[in-house]
Design a protein around this ligand. Structure first.
Ligand code: GLA
Length: 393
């Protein structure tokens, strides 16, 4: 849909549901795809995501009382949710509104004075459950709207990412790292973000692929219990780190090279925890090497590192699923495929592939039918445009 059509649809929904004309300002925060560096962001490692041009749009009007009203054009059956600034309860199961509520709660916790409520309407075009960070985009969108509406001019993009992550950890109960919110807040057109999650130092690295496209393949698998499995991985890595710290002076798994890990890995007493830590250490090093390769225009090496990332996520970290394994295996067999891996939190969602321009049509054909035949799911394919981070439109 074109932006003017989106605007018209949202204006209409605003009037119908809030009984007032829509505000003139509106906002957008993108979803993200991670090219490499998976499950490293809560292990002090590096990530390399980019912002997409799909995401979540929002409109906000400040009120004179303490009421908060929320409406999503994606969930009309939920109607208008009415609450107040005094009823923000972390941990309560409140459906999608828990994301914007959590961000209000986080601002207030950080001593930003919010004494008046707001009416908020959103609509997003990230496919549900695809692992392309629709929740982070809602968080960063809400933060961007709060900053502008309440005049918190000192809040930076990095703050918005931190607030989004804090809110998701503490209001929604997912112990995620900062990658998704950072990509949504700090994205830059045609660049991926090389972020050191230990220091939050980052660099926008141009993704110049004149001969190839980045293709996202949506497996359409939405796994349940993702929150608990994700939190388990985080705990397993923390336990492994504690064991390693008895023998080597490190703060995070991201501090280790592969050689150092091999030299000290026997200090990790639990076999599963050792595999998880191995992934975290090797994936971090792969990410650093991949960015070096990209800068040297060595896209073949970049692709090989993507493939190795998938194998490690599948075998050591165990966050893939048979459908995403099939997608990557089919991709790896195709001529013109430079690299392919599962992307995001895992347990379903999407794969990301780099495919030579002239091979994209055949890539889609070669995966589409066999995938549906074997799994019963109809995959979807999106050719990526790398977009800007969150802003007022
Ligand atoms: C989810 C989390 C991120 C990151 C990825 C895995 O998307 O929100 O913080 O950990 O999984 O790389």
């Amino acid at each position: 849909m074109e932006r003017n059509e989106i605007r018209a649809m949202m204006e209409k929904a605003y009037k119908e549901n809030f009984g007032e004309e829509a505000p003139k300002e509106w906002y957008f925060a993108p979803g993200r795809v991670n090219l490499i560096g998976e499950h490293t962001d809560y292990n002090g490692g590096h990530v390399f995501p980019c912002a997409l041009t799909i995401g979540t749009y929002g409109m906000i009007k400040r009120r004179s009382d303490r009421t908060l009203r929320f409406y999503s054009v994606n969930f009309p059956e939920k109607g208008v949710t009415v609450t107040s600034l005094d009823e923000l309860n972390p941990g309560s199961n409140e459906g999608w509104t828990a994301y914007p509520k959590g961000v209000f709660w986080t601002f207030i916790l950080n001593k930003y004075e919010i004494n008046e409520g707001a009416d908020i309407l959103i609509w997003g075009d990230i496919p549900a459950g695809s692992g392309l960070s629709s929740s982070a985009s809602v968080e960063v969108l809400t933060g961007t709207m709060i900053k502008d509406t309440y005049g918190f001019t000192n809040v930076t993009g990095v703050d918005l990412a931190k607030f989004g992550q804090y809110s998701e950890n503490n209001y929604n109960g997912l112990s995620c790292g900062i990658m998704d919110q950072f990509a949504s807040a700090m994205g830059k057109k045609d660049c991926a973000i090389f972020l050191d999650t230990n220091t939050l130092e980052y660099e926008h690295a141009p993704v110049k692929l004149p001969d190839a496209k980045i293709v996202i393949t949506n497996s359409k698998v939405k796994h349940s219990l993702v929150t608990s499995a994700y939190n388990d991985r985080r705990r397993e890595c923390e336990e492994a780190l504690k064991d390693l710290q008895k023998v080597v002076g490190i703060k995070t798994l991201g501090d280790l090279t592969e050689e150092e890990f091999e030299a000290h890995k026997d200090s990790i007493t639990n076999d599963i925890n050792r595999k998880r830590a191995k992934h975290a250490v090797y994936e971090n090093r792969r990410t650093i090497k991949a960015v070096e390769a990209l800068k040297a225009n060595d896209i073949e090496t970049f692709g090989k590192l993507m493939n190795a990332s998938h194998v490690s996520l599948r075998d050591d970290y165990e966050v893939s699923c048979k459908e995403c394994d099939l997608l990557t295996e089919l991709a790896w067999k195709q001529p013109g495929v430079i690299g392919s891996r599962i992307t995001g939190g895992g347990f379903g969602g999407c794969t990301v592939s780099i495919v030579k321009n002239e091979a994209v049509d055949d890539f889609i054909k070669a995966i589409d039918e066999p995938y549906e035949k074997e799994t019963g799911y109809k995959a979807e394919f999106y050719i990526v445009d790398i977009g800007e981070g969150a802003s007022r439109i």
